[in-house]
Design a protein around this ligand. Structure first.
Ligand SMILES: C[S@@+](CC[C@H](N)C(=O)[O-])C[C@H]1O[C@@H](n2cnc3c(N)ncnc32)[C@H](O)[C@@H]1O
Length: 263
């Protein structure tokens, strides 16, 4: 991503916070109180709470990185469960939502601002778990993300990731939004910045919409494997609020493990 695109998306996410987008809305005191009792449910993809056997056996005391996961959601919940949480995100206002919940609830968590492709602010082998909800569609290349995830996880550490089905990007999103029409328009790999007309890009800027990139299965699953991970779980899902979800799965979740050191 050139710096212009990174800065554009950072500012768009700051704008989503100002407008109260659902992925920027902090969890309630009731959700935190329940998490303190060990009752919690988090999503990587729509309508599919992360199952018990995807989590490490004991989250209390776990070093957890919530990657591109600001908004006062996953981070504070996992902190309330007892994990040592770092939330990493591009958007200062998204990270402020995490600090807001932490201060409101007396929780401790660390926030780090940056680009998910460069986790150099985080030490090698310093996390047991990474929670990475759908967000790499806002980044042009994901292979550096998987390499960095591998580096910062300890051997035996777990990577839980959500990501978009690349096939949805063949569709004309303006036709879906404006007229409820499903029409194939784009060739993959897709990027807003290369596939849309200048007028359409202006519309995105006016409406405050972040730019997206499609990522193939080669990049998502192949990229995790190439980084050294072992895949241990996979799930497809549909965001039922979107018309295209009537036609195909729109989102995927994966569980991967950095192999433990030989004993
Ligand atoms: C859909 S939100 C995900 C967070 C949310 N808490 C959730 O439950 O899914 C996408 C997040 O990715 C972040 N983001 C976008 N591009 C990024 C980048 N290059 N590096 C780090 N974070 C990025 C945004 O600021 C935003 O907080």
């Amino acid at each position: 991503m050139n710096d212009t695109h990174f800065a554009y998306n950072r500012d768009m996410w700051d704008g989503y916070v100002a407008r109260g987008n659902e992925w920027t809305t902090p969890v309630s005191p009731e959700t935190i109180a329940a998490a303190r009792r060990g009752e919690f449910s988090l999503l990587l993809i729509e309508k599919w709470p992360i199952p018990d056997d995807w989590w490490p056996p004991n989250l209390a005391g776990c070093d957890v990185l919530c990657l591109a996961s600001g908004g006062g959601q996953q981070g504070p919940v996992l902190a309330a469960v007892g994990a040592n949480v770092t939330v990493f995100d591009a958007s200062p206002r998204q990270l402020a939502q995490d600090r807001l919940v932490a201060e409101r609830e007396g929780l401790t968590l660390r926030t780090v601002e940056g680009d998910m492709r460069d986790l150099s602010a985080l030490a090698d082998a310093s996390f047991d778990l990474i929670v990475h909800p759908i967000s790499n569609c806002y980044c042009p290349d994901v292979l550096p993300v998987w390499r960095e995830c591998y580096r910062v996880l300890r051997p035996g550490g777990v990577l839980l990731a959500g990501w978009m089905n690349p096939c949805v990007y063949i569709l004309d999103f303006f036709k879906i939004d404006d007229a409820g029409i499903i029409e194939v328009r784009h060739k993959l790999p897709y990027a807003d910045v290369t596939h849309l007309t200048p007028d359409e890009l202006d519309r995105m800027r006016r409406e405050g919409t972040a730019f997206e990139w499609s990522h193939s299965f080669d990049e998502q699953l192949g990229g995790q494997l190439a980084a050294g991970f072992v895949l241990t779980g996979f799930k497809e899902g549909r965001d039922g609020r979107n018309l295209e979800a009537e036609y195909l799965p729109t989102q995927f979740a994966s569980r991967a493990v950095k192999p433990p050191l030989p004993s």
